[in-house]
Ligand binder design. Structure first.
Ligand code: FAD
Length: 279
């Protein structure tokens, strides 16, 4: 029998991006599209949020996809199959808003692409789903097949044009809307700059646009307040009120500023970890 929080599978999807399956039966039974978990790799580690990409309530596992950008995600990526995580809690956040008989455009960038997968799967049951998935280049493409399985149409964009359309996801979104395609709603998940750009594209079309925010989140349950964001001039908590918000109402500049608040400490912590690992 597996241990709770045991890593069952790990695979590299692209440089610095890993898919990890974890035995977490309680979470898998409650999971819904759009929700996230928080994890700690070890007792002294920090607590970080990760989107639930997939799960099986019958087999008791959950799947996350991580981008190794700093100390915790590097430590998480270096955990081997059979090892357990010190802490894992969730699901947190509200499930995705449900729509019926609508045409929906889902936009995912980088590790935001796996994050739109459960949303596409859920919404594709009753809606037409067009997915725009964006990457740096052809080598960083991931979840193309999975997104294809739950979308009516997939548009790929790469920054350098090495696969699909050349340009950012916001360019592909603009092209699609300018070409006359109608959409009832748009969802965007990815780096904050990307979500901001996409929300500016849909604003003149007055298309309802949802963004799944990635503010610094610690407890996941509304107690610490770290994840607060300004939406429509009001303070909201990403973990309790989100993570999905009206993208046209988000104060993007404040979010982007706050995401960089601990850059120096994060750099120092990563440097210490790399030094320790080398010795
Ligand atoms: C609801 C939610 C879902 C997320 N889902 C995913 C996912 O599925 N896959 C994935 O790779 N990433 C996801 N993230 C982002 C992920 O949590 C951060 O990349 C991670 O915490 C970085 O930690 P680090 O120690 O590796 O890097 P650090 O060097 O500590 O930080 C690098 C950057 O990551 C951001 N960050 C740091 N700590 C946090 C934190 N506690 N919460 C949020 N952002 C932080 C900051 O912008 C920081 O500058 C999600 C974030 C949120 C809020």
């Amino acid at each position: 029998m597996f241990k709770v929080n045991e890593i069952l599978m790990k695979r590299q999807l692209a440089s610095g991006v890993k898919e990890i399956i974890i035995f977490a039966p309680m979470v898998s039974r409650a999971a819904k599209a759009g929700q996230f978990i928080t994890i700690m790799t070890d007792e002294k580690g920090e607590r970080v949020p990760m989107t639930l990409v997939d799960w099986s309530a019958t087999e008791g596992w959950i799947k996350i996809v991580i981008s190794e950008v700093g100390l915790t995600t590097l430590k998480l990526g270096s955990k081997e199959v059979g090892e357990t995580l010190y802490y894992l809690a969730g699901p947190f956040g509200n499930p995705v808003s449900e729509l019926n008989s609508s045409t929906i455009i889902l936009v995912g960038g980088g590790v935001g692409v796996p994050a739109i997968y459960p949303i596409a799967r859920s919404l594709s049951r009753n809606n037409t789903v067009i997915s725009i998935i964006g990457y740096k280049n052809a080598n960083s493409i991931l979840y193309e097949r999975e997104i294809g399985e739950v979308s009516d149409e997939v548009i790929i964009a790469t920054d350098d044009g090495s696969k699909g359309q050349k340009g950012f996801t916001s360019d592909a979104l603009r092209e699609l809307l300018d070409s006359g395609r109608k959409a009832d709603a748009v969802w965007v998940i990815g780096p904050a700059m990307m979500m901001k750009a996409c929300s500016e594209v849909t604003r003149p079309y007055a298309i309802k646009t949802f963004a799944s925010l990635n503010s610094i989140t610690v407890c996941g349950s509304g107690m610490c307040g770290a994840c607060r964001v300004s939406v429509g001039g009001k303070t909201k908590y990403t973990c309790m009120d989100g993570p999905e918000f009206d993208a046209h109402e988000v104060n993007w500049d404040e979010l982007i500023l706050r995401l960089g608040a601990y850059k120096e400490e994060e750099k120092r912590a990563l440097g210490r970890y790399i030094l320790r690992s080398a010795n």
